[in-house]
Design a protein around this ligand. Structure first.
Ligand SMILES: Cc1cc2nc3c(=O)[nH]c(=O)nc-3n(C[C@H](O)[C@H](O)[C@H](O)COP(=O)(O)O)c2cc1C
Length: 368
């Protein structure tokens, strides 16, 4: 059988990857005061045994008001740092999967209820809510609480918080940082003309709208060790006329690459309630392919990538360098094992599980 492209190793700065399968960040809405707990150990621990190349910790707020919900993870003080360190130490005893963290600020989409309780937005007067901040004071939709526009001091506080969280991540041995500039959260709100109506140097032209996200990127890049990658997750389009679109994304990707970004992870949408998304298998792959045509750094495709041959084709044809899975790997945490069995690749499995492969797959597991 020809070698599987999905199971080709690759190197990004000092990080060696066994294959091209990335576990996408997935909020668990189960943290307490921003702290990881036993749920995160179970959830991340399970995914750490999956054989994927990279495990990305869910959107982690750099300041408390940057959480989507009161149950989001955070990394803004010694308490959140200690809880995360303890969880990662436990996982590290038993798995060497490279672990990254998505650092985030939810901007105007913060202060909401957890999804399984409806996900509605709280006003600052609600016991579980708080004042939100954004580039401009434009609510997510009519009747929802208005965010406060960030002033110069507010911008500095956010930038410094990204730096401090990156330094904490570095200290606890996290292998890469992903800047969340997608899905309608704060950095995406700066990029899109629909949410950024500023008249200072951070609004107006594309160059001005990119300024704050790029400043944050530069600050994070300098705070994180040079041998470890920094990635950015972008929404390639708002799926709305007059919004952020693929042409602007290409310009942003080009700027990121020039500043030392190592991986661009291409998603879409999330900014505006009127978005009209054409959803279907691999629906965001064309955006990844477009970004890949203008950068030399690795590009990750995501979104309804569920099939082994589908994933193999995306990497094999060069549409993207890696594929990220969210729902498919929650549904089947051993997806990479099954993909390797199907495609003739090899995966790393814990020694405790080596007896599990059916005899027809006796060569499936990598030698220790
Ligand atoms: C439970 C869940 C939580 C998610 N949380 C995040 C998150 O923390 N950060 C993020 O950028 N995307 C988040 N997403 C979006 C996924 O990372 C992914 O982009 C999306 O689900 C599409 O990929 P899929 O079709 O493989 O699920 C989440 C998705 C799910 C299902």
């Amino acid at each position: 059988m020809a070698r599987s492209a999905l199971f080709e190793p690759m190197q990004i700065r000092g990080l060696s990857l066994n294959n091209r399968i990335v576990i996408a960040p997935m909020c668990q809405y189960s943290a307490e005061d921003g702290c990881m707990n036993e749920w995160h150990l179970i959830h991340l621990g399970k995914l750490a045994l999956s054989g994927a190349a990279l495990l990305t910790i869910e959107a982690t707020a750099v300041v408390p008001e940057g959480r989507i919900t009161y149950a989001d993870l955070g990394l803004w003080n010694d308490q959140t740092h200690r809880a995360m360190s303890l969880t990662l130490e436990s996982i590290r005893r038993w798995s060497d999967i490279p672990i990254g963290i998505q650092l985030s600020h939810a901007g105007r989409k913060a202060s909401t209820e957890v999804p399984w309780k409806g996900g509605g937005q709280f006003s600052p007067a609600d016991a579980l809510g708080w004042q939100t901040f954004a580039p401009s004071s434009i609510a997510y939709s009519a009747g929802m609480p208005e965010p406060r526009s960030l002033d110069k001091e507010g911008l500095k506080r956010v930038r410094d918080a990204f730096v401090s969280a990156s330094a904490r991540a570095a200290k606890m041995g996290i292998d890469f940082v992903q800047l969340h500039a997608a899905h309608g959260y704060l950095l995406h709100q700066f990029l899109s003309p629909l949410t950024n109506h500023r008249t200072d140097e951070y609004g107006g032209s594309l160059k001005n709208r990119m300024r704050f996200p790029l400043e944050v990127f530069d600050a994070v890049r300098s705070a994180f060790p040079a041998e470890r990658p920094v990635s950015a997750r972008v929404s390639a389009t708002d799926w709305i006329e007059g919004g952020w679109d693929i042409e602007q994304t290409l310009a942003f990707a080009h700027e990121l690459e020039g500043r030392g970004c190592d991986i661009i992870h291409v998603s879409s949408g999330g900014l505006h309630p009127d978005q009209k998304i054409a959803v279907g298998p691999g629906y965001q792959v064309p955006f990844a392919r477009a970004v890949k045509s203008v950068v030399r750094i690795p590009v990750v495709a995501v979104g309804l990538i569920t099939g082994f041959d589908q994933a193999e084709a995306i990497v094999g044809t060069g549409d993207a360098d890696m594929v990220a899975l969210a729902r498919a790997i929650l549904f089947d945490p051993n997806w990479p094992w099954h993909a390797a069995a199907h495609l003739g690749g090899k995966v790393r499995v814990p020694k405790q599980y080596r007896r599990s492969a059916p005899s027809r797959f006796k060569d499936l597991f990598e030698a220790e």
